[in-house]
Design a protein around this ligand. Sequence first.
Ligand code: FAD
Ligand code: NAP
Length: 453
Amino acid sequence: MNMANKKKVCVIGAGPSGMAALWNFSKLKSGNDVDVVCYEKQKSWGGLWNYSWRTGTDGYGEPCHAGMYKHLWSNGPKECLEFPDYTFEKHFGKAIPSYPPRPVIKDYLEGRWTSNVDLRPYIKFNTVVRHVEYNDLDKKFIVEITNLETDQSSKETFDYVIVATGIFNVPNVPDLPGIDTFEGTIQHVHNFRDAKEFKGQRLLIVGASYSAEDLALQCLKFGAKSVVCTWRTKPMGFNWPKGIEERPLVQKFDGNVAYFKDGSNAEIDAVIFCTGYKYSFPFMEGKLRLQSSLSMFPDNLYKGSVYLLGGNNQLFYMGIQDQLYSFTMFDVQALWICKYILRNISNEPKSLSEMKSNAQRWCQNCSELKKCHDEIDFQTKFIADLSKDVGYYPDATKAREMFYTWEHDKEKNIVTYRDQCFTSIYTGTKSPRPTAPWWQAKDDSIKAFVNKK
Ligand code: FAD
Ligand code: NAP
């Protein structure tokens, strides 16, 4: 194929989603048919899995992307997100426990991105995408970028754009009556870095999902005096250890006292908002900008990937689903998108109306999900649906049963669920128990967890 006919593909973001796209393009040996460029505003790959002490803005004055904190352990079993072709056992040369801390997961991801592939040449680091627009006449995207090191901006044209900029980086921070005069400290979990900061304090955590659950436990583990979690829709309802309790939504603050919907009140030293994130794609021109709040199947995306309101089926959003499976979901989605671009997909949709009605059916089913089990089943079906089009590993959805067990373990004991052991779908090896129970483990290094000499 001559250079002029090559399809030009722009991937925005080198987190786990964008890297899955690069990995799959590279594996399909598509170099003869496509030119792929990835723009990443951070200095390295890994997205949220990069830890940084910074909050607010980075060294270039850009909003800090990563919001992971010290002592963050995986909150799902690694066996549910393991790559079929690149297992944890293969990466570490031995079986390791089921719930690794952040540095272990990051190391594993990097292993897949560097084992028998060289993905770095695709990526332009320290480069932020400022604006993307689509020209209907020549059917191309114009992508405006800024090299943050030189502060030089330029424009490039592409045939396809894959947006993989993540969904958990722009905090949702509601206002609460009287909070401006609250006497203690206030922050969103996006800016939380180390639970030790809250030693001896009485915390109020707003929210009732994964961040609220993890921060309540983390802070107590590292010496907080007490934690009240306050919920809007429903409490988390776990069997909490002494020191953590749940109350209905805080109604107002007066000095350092928080007043709750049930008429109770509590003295508080610090408030942490664990109130989720906003979908934000400010760099996309209006007609290309996905509008959604957290969902397992955002509207207007065929196969959860092809944007249906602009861009002539040449625009894709990746990893914008609420995530249980995470890495395997990104992987099959990436394979699907790569094959779609290479026109190498079975069951190609025949028309835009067919794509729209298919997407609407998935959205409708998604809107009917009630319990965690329903969500597990739904995401399993989503992965299976993409897999059947592109021949992704048939075992990848076997993790469903493990997710059921995970949910059950959490209900049984929220403090010990991370000490449980799961069996790898691909190696058949049962993971060993962690050297220290999660509640006592305070060293999140690879050395401590993997027990490497
Ligand atoms: P991200 O990881 O957010 O990566 C997006 C990338 O895009 C970033 O590198 C960013 O710098 C780049 N970018 C953004 N805007 C631009 C731009 N305009 N120009 C150029 N580059 C840009 N998942 C799990 O499976 N297990 C866990 O235990 C787990 N823990 C989590 C804990 C926290 C606190 C949070 C917030 C999330 C957690 N997740 C976890 C979910 C997480 O979303 C995924 O694991 C994964 O990081 C998503 O990958 P992504 O590539 O879609 O997005
Ligand atoms: P989330 O799942 O979107 O939850 C947001 C929470 O905020 C919900 O409970 C929601 O309550 C509440 N909320 C939103 N607006 C509110 C308001 N105005 N008043 C009161 N409550 C409000 O976000 P998240 O918990 O931050 O999780 C994000 C991702 O990070 C998930 O993928 C999670 O797995 C991951 N994570 C992982 C770990 C780990 O240990 N590895 C730790 C933290 C986070 P309603 O139910 O009322 O809407």
